[in-house]
Design a binder for this molecule. Structure first.
Ligand SMILES: [Zn+2]
Length: 276
C-alpha cells in the first residue's frame, strides 16, 4: 500500500504511475492511494474507507501478541479515520471497525498502518482491561518499547490504561500466559513468574511447589521441545513439585475451568511442601 506522494518522492512520474495502473502492477484504492496486487485485504479495506489500520490489528502486524490471533475468524480490521474531513465521508467497508479516537487530530494518519505507539493509544479506547494488560506485556516482553516510554504515554492518573500498565510485567512469554496470570490475580492466588528451580526455569510457581506451564500455540511443533519439556516435568516431579500443564486453547476458551482446578490444588494446601 503506497501513497501517491511517496511514489512522487521516490522519483516516479505521472506517466510511470499511469503505466503501472494500466499494466496491473498498481491498483488505485482511493484518491492518492495505490496497492500492489496481493496487498492485505484488511489493510486495503481500511484505506478504501479513508482509515488507517490501528489498535490490535496494527499490533498484530507488528508481531505483538493480540486477540486478533484468537479472533481472526471474524476477520475484522480495527482502524481509525484520517484527519481529512472529506475522507470521513468515504463509505465504511463491512470488515472495518472504527475504534474510538477522541484525539484523532493529535495523531494524523499518514500511513496505512499505525506504528506501535499510536496503535496502543487506539487500543486504550477500544480494548477491555485484560487485553490491555496482554498488549502491554507483549510489547514489554518483546522489548518493542521500553517501560519508561509506556509510562510517559499511559502511566499517569487512574485511567484504565494506567492501571493495566501498573500490573503488566515483562515476564509473560505469551498472551495466554498473561491471561492466566490475570486470572490467578483475580482469584487472589499468589504466584511468581519465570522462577528458576535447579537447572530449570518455569513459567509460574504457586506456593512452594505448584508449577504451572502454558504451552504455546506451536507446542509440539518440534519433537525436540516435546522431549525437553517431558524431561523437565520428570525432574520437577521427582524433586517433589506438582506440574500442571495447560494449553493455549484451554486458557483462551476455558480459563475458568483451568483456574478452578488450580484453586482446588491450592485449597487442599498441595501447593506447599508437607511440613514434617
Ligand atoms: Zn480497536
Amino acid at each position: 500500500m503506497v501513497r501517491r506522494s511517496h511514489l512522487v518522492d521516490c522519483g516516479y512520474t505521472q506517466n510511470d504511475i499511469r503505466a503501472a495502473l494500466t499494466s496491473g502492477e498498481l491498483e488505485r484504492i482511493r484518491y492518492g492511494w495505490y496497492a500492489q496486487p496481493g496487498a492485505h485485504a484488511g489493510v486495503t479495506a481500511a484505506v478504501r474507507s479513508g482509515a488507517t489500520v490501528t489498535c490490535v490489528s496494527a499490533l498484530s502486524f507488528a508481531g505483538v501478541w493480540s486477540p486478533v490471533w484468537f479472533d481472526k475468524l471474524h476477520d475484522v480490521v480495527h482502524a481509525r479515520r484520517t484527519e481529512y474531513r472529506e475522507q470521513r465521508t468515504l463509505p465504511l467497508q463491512p470488515n472495518v471497525h472504527i475504534c474510538a479516537n477522541v484525539d484523532r487530530d493529535a495523531r494524523p494518519c499518514r500511513f496505512a498502518l499505525d506504528a506501535i505507539e499510536d496503535a496502543l493509544i487506539s487500543a486504550t479506547f477500544c480494548q477491555p482491561f485484560e487485553w490491555l494488560v496482554v498488549l502491554f506485556e507483549s510489547v514489554l516482553h518483546l522489548q518493542r518499547l521500553p517501560r519508561r516510554r509506556l509510562e510517559e504515554l499511559f502511566g499517569s492518573g487512574s485511567s484504565r490504561a494506567a492501571r493495566a500498565l501498573a500490573v503488566s510485567s515483562e515476564q509473560s512469554e505469551s498472551g495466554a500466559e498473561s491471561l492466566l496470570q490475570l486470572g490467578l490475580r483475580r482469584r487472589r492466588v499468589r504466584f511468581r513468574q519465570q522462577v528458576r528451580i535447579d537447572r530449570d526455569r518455569v513459567d509460574s510457581l504457586i506456593g512452594d511447589r505448584l508449577v504451572v506451564e502454558v504451552d504455546g500455540e506451536q507446542f509440539h511443533s518440534s519433537s525436540e521441545s516435546f522431549e525437553a519439556d517431558r524431561a523437565r516435568d520428570r525432574r520437577l516431579i521427582a524433586a517433589g513439585y506438582i506440574v500442571v500443564r495447560v494449553t493455549y486453547w484451554q486458557v483462551m476458551s476455558d480459563l475458568d475451568a483451568v483456574l478452578d482446578d488450580i484453586c482446588r490444588i491450592v485449597q487442599r494446601g498441595d501447593h506447599l511442601f508437607p511440613r514434617r
